[in-house]
Design a protein around this ligand. Sequence first.
Ligand SMILES: [Fe+2]
Length: 136
Amino acid sequence: MKSQVLEWSEELATGLDIVDNQHKGLINFINDLTNNIDLDHKKELKYFNSVKDEITNYIIEHFSTEENIMELNNINKRFLDQHRYEHSTFIKKIGGIIETSEINFSLDDVVFFLIEWVINHINQTDKNSLNKGMIT
Ligand SMILES: [Fe+2]
């Protein structure tokens, strides 16, 4: 049976439907990855290779949605710069995982990293800088 490791809840709400829906999509990706954790790392890598482009593109599009919203709403530049920095660091990290995946791959490491980053980022950065109250 498929398990839901992560579930979206109101606690993760940024107050912007488009962003919240994309966050739900991200959580679905993480749950799908989690359901493909296997003792056989070769099998895991095969699965990861089949979804990595889709996930990466989804994330890139999601980040640009957030950054566009912040730009359009003239959010404090300090918030925008910090947010952009976090996004680009994350993309680099994902790129590194993909680059080295043929050598030493473990899907549970990837899932652990994603869960930690996504939840922290939503809670600490997205909620602060995308919250309706911050957008003037
Ligand atoms: Fe963000």
